[in-house]
Design a protein around this ligand. Structure first.
Ligand code: FAD
Length: 460
């Protein structure tokens, strides 16, 4: 029986928790941003541990998603440094065909999840990071505005990780929240962007699909994309095919609250990743998350049937696999010394303490309706170091999806390439704080941080 409102509490006996690890820099979450943070920190000489709850590192970059906005509006790489090193290695190993340009997403690069997992493990090992898998961060011990320990639980039981500098790369801001940092969630009505369970399909005759898009763009066309794009390119993203979906809805063959077909070709011939289930919920609520995950795992099969029946080339397609978990677009945003806004992005604002540059538009999947709106800035925009510095905390930085931004600005900076650059910057800042013997991440000399990032190949 689930209790709607908790009215009964138990008191657990006080216990001694062993401090099993002690590191200069402790990174919570080994996803898109956390991996880059840990590599950057370790390369700069800080003893670094990365704590990840799953059996592998890579986070959302293993959900069959394409890297969006890796290039800028002119087609030059906007993400360089460690993020670029990872992607270049994935390309070398055949896990990515490279970056395509696309007016909707600026640029796209589908990546093979297994090759990504392999590359990040190799690079973490080469950098000398201690990677602790299968370990869930469940709490933090603090003292006078400093995090002193992470509390983790795993097969060895409960233990503590002592550290001098902490980086929250959990996407949900778990560590910052456990430490008592201020945070916000959702839009003005508290609503968050929907989540999607990604899945892959094989056996797609993509030549037939491409010819159908070119021949009948009013039915199968993709938003903002000229039909010729699909004649020339075998690697592409489809966001549209609205007429086909409308027909299926009218004929009672598609009931999900979604009015666009979205799929992405994969590095291997005849395979696509489908981004079409859609569920509203709060992913920091375990019951809500379970309900949404169960629902989405059923919805995959309705999407599969729709694609087979209504989209040319999918007649013989089949589900290869579903992602290891529901993809979460939005949860908590940790409040930092600066809160990035939509205006900063749309005005391509420059900041003196810029530590990452991004090109991706504000891509807001509507929490109330079935659609999605994109607002494109004319140029790249800066992300200041202050968005990583958590208010009221001296030794804690946030990187990736949980940085300090408004609901709208998050919809732009949440993409994976930007997360890589943010992770790189956060890891370098923590290592500099350690090297210089500082007492607060605010004391990091921004000029030194920027020079360090530039020396490690980043674009600022
Ligand atoms: C459906 C969907 C489609 C998207 N499409 C695209 C796209 O096409 N292109 C693109 O570039 N971006 C896309 N994004 C956005 C992008 O994938 C994410 O916003 C980005 O990867 C977030 O990076 P991150 O490092 O902050 O989080 P993640 O990559 O999610 O990493 C967080 C890591 O922390 C771990 N973790 C979390 N909590 C704990 C804990 N308590 N203890 C230990 N470990 C923990 C997780 O297991 C994970 O490994 C999409 C997102 C979704 C959900």
């Amino acid at each position: 029986m689930t209790k709607e409102q908790v009215q009964e509490w138990i008191t657990e006996p006080a216990r001694q928790t062993p401090v099993r690890y002690e590191y200069d820099v402790v990174v919570a979450g080994g996803g898109t941003a956390g991996v880059c943070a840990a590599i950057a920190s370790a390369r700069l000489g800080a003893e670094t541990i990365l704590v990840e709850r799953y059996a592998f590192c890579g986070g959302n970059a293993t959900l069959y998603l394409p890297l969006l906005g890796f290039l800028d509006q002119q087609g030059n790489e906007v993400i360089k440094g460690i993020g670029k090193e990872i992607v270049d290695r994935v390309i070398e190993l055949g896990g990515c065909v490279g970056h395509g340009r696309d007016p909707l997403h600026v640029s796209y690069a589908p990546i093979d999840p297994e090759i990504y997992k392999r590359v990040v493990i190799e690079m973490l090992e080469e950098a000398g990071v201690h990677v602790l898998l299968h370990s869930l961060v469940v709490g933090a011990r603090t003292d006078g505005g400093r995090v002193t320990h992470l509390l983790i639980e795993n097969k060895s039981g409960r233990s503590a990780v002592a550290g001098k500098w902490f980086i929250d790369a959990t996407g949900d801001g778990d560590l910052a929240v456990f430490a008592g940092a201020p945070w916000e969630k959702g839009n003005a009505h508290g609503k968050m962007q929907p989540a999607t369970l990604m899945f892959r399909m094989g056996g797609v005759d993509l030549k037939e699909t491409r010819l159908a898009i070119a021949a009948q763009p009013e039915r199968y066309g993709s938003d903002l994309m000229p039909p010729e794009h699909f004649v020339k390119n075998s690697s592409f993203i489809v966001v549209g095919m609205r007429q086909a979906l409308e027909d299926a809805k009218r004929e009672g063959r598609f009931s999900l609250h979604n009015n666009r077909v979205i799929f992405i070709t994969q590095p291997r011939e005849g395979e696509v990743a489908v981004n079409m289930t859609r569920v509203l919920m709060d992913a920091t609520d375990a019951d809500d998350l379970s309900r949404a995950e169960m629902q989405s795992r059923k919805d995959v099969w309705e999407v599969e049937r729709f694609l087979r029946e209504y989209i040319p080339g999918f007649q013989n397609a089949y589900v290869i696999d579903t992602a290891h978990r529901l993809g979460i677009r939005e949860t908590r945003r940790i409040m930092g010394e600066y809160v990035l806004t939509a205006d900063d992005i749309m005005q391509s604002r420059r900041f003196e303490d810029c530590i990452a540059v991004a090109s991706y538009p504000i891509d807001l999947h509507d929490p109330s309706g079935p659609d999605c709106t994109l607002q494109h800035p004319q140029d790249t925009y800066d992300i200041p170091y202050r968005c990583l510095i958590v208010r009221e905390m001296k030794n804690l930085l946030v990187v990736g999806r949980c940085i300090s931004a408004t609901h709208e600005a998050l919809a732009a900076v949440r993409v994976m390439p930007t997360g890589m650059a943010l992770g790189h910057a956060g890891g370098a800042a923590a290592a500099i704080a350690e090297k210089r013997g500082l007492g607060d991440v605010r004391e990091v000399d921004v000029a030194e941080l920027r020079n360090t990032l530039l020396a490690q190949g980043a674009r600022l």
